[in-house]
Design a protein around this ligand. Structure first.
Ligand code: PEP
Length: 287
């Protein structure tokens, strides 16, 4: 099922309060999998990045749908973020499965002379519920500033999409002890105004952990997620109810430990999300 316009059949059972239940948590209607600290249902999201022709993308999506139908769903919500060319066929494949669809980026304008870009209303129209904004690969390779990321997140909200706002420090910033300050600045500079519960997901992705096989310790993740939770709660009314995902070299082998850390409300998974069995094993690791 594409989550947009399809609230869970029983939002109470999804374990999320009110509006959040009908947006962030798609389908897998089980009350388990709640984060002990925040009470939020976890979300495991697969960022396919610039990978996959139609045959591969559909094979991957079908494999996930088959697992979702097989009767042992993970205790978390699921979403996949294919490249833009695959959004519509993957949307068709996911329909009715409970797995939500997201895009990897959007333009800040709703339409216009922006050759090669995709607007948030187009993504909504293609069946997306989510859109990633501010991924470090875009902040670095495309020079996206916090203000631009904020404009994209605002455009996403206007279109009825949930932005997955990525923030995270570089290795040099962590080595000089600036990670808390950097992440707070990115968060506060990129958050749209006036967010209500269920209207944002934050993903903490240390740049040095993305695609490297390196991860922070559980203690480092816990300290950063607690910091983000405090800043989020101070910055927006719905801060206590915004899921904070961890991303960066999440694999089946380390998912349980990372997903068990307080204030880790799910995972944003890159490389490992290209393998259905591995992605499913990560989702099954939600405590
Ligand atoms: C990502 O780029 O969002 C990511 C988490 O990548 P990986 O899991 O491959 O480190």
């Amino acid at each position: 099922m594409i989550v947009t316009g399809h609230p869970p059949r029983n939002p109470q059972k999804s374990g999320l309060p009110g509006r959040l239940a009908s947006t962030v948590a798609p389908v897998l209607e089980r009350a388990e999998g709640l984060d002990e600290e925040s009470g939020l249902r976890k979300l495991v999201a697969g960022n396919w990045k610039m990978n996959g022709l139609k045959a591969e993308g559909l094979t991957l999506a079908r494999a996930l749908v088959a697992r979702a139908a097989a009767g042992d769903p993970p205790d978390c919500a699921l979403a996949v973020f294919p490249p833009a060319t695959l959004l519509m066929p993957v949307a068709e494949t996911l329909r009715g499965s409970g797995i939500a669809l997201g895009a990897q980026d959007c333009h800040a304008e709703a339409s216009g002379a922006h050759t090669g870009d995709v607007a948030a209303p187009m993504l909504k129209d293609a069946g997306c519920a989510y859109v990633i904004v501010g991924h470090s690969e875009r902040r670095i390779a495309h020079g996206e500033s916090d203000a631009e990321v904020c404009a994209k997140a605002t455009a996403a909200r206007r279109a009825g999409l949930i932005p997955v706002l990525c923030i995270g420090e570089s290795l040099a910033e962590r080595e000089r002890g600036a990670e808390l300050e950097v992440v707070a600045r990115q968060l506060e500079g990129s958050l749209p105004e006036g967010l209500a519960a269920g209207e944002i997901v934050v993903a903490y992705e240390p740049v040095w952990a993305i695609g490297t096989g390196r991860t922070p310790t559980a203690e480092q993740v816990g300290a950063m997620h607690a910091h983000i939770r405090r800043r989020l709660t101070a910055a927006i009314k719905a801060g206590a109810e915004a899921p904070i995902l961890y991303g960066g070299s999440v694999k089946a082998g380390n998912a349980r430990e990372l997903l068990s850390v307080a204030n880790v409300n799910g995972a944003l998974v890159g490389g490992a999300s290209l393998n259905a069995a591995e992605f499913w094993a990560i989702a099954q690791s939600c405590p």
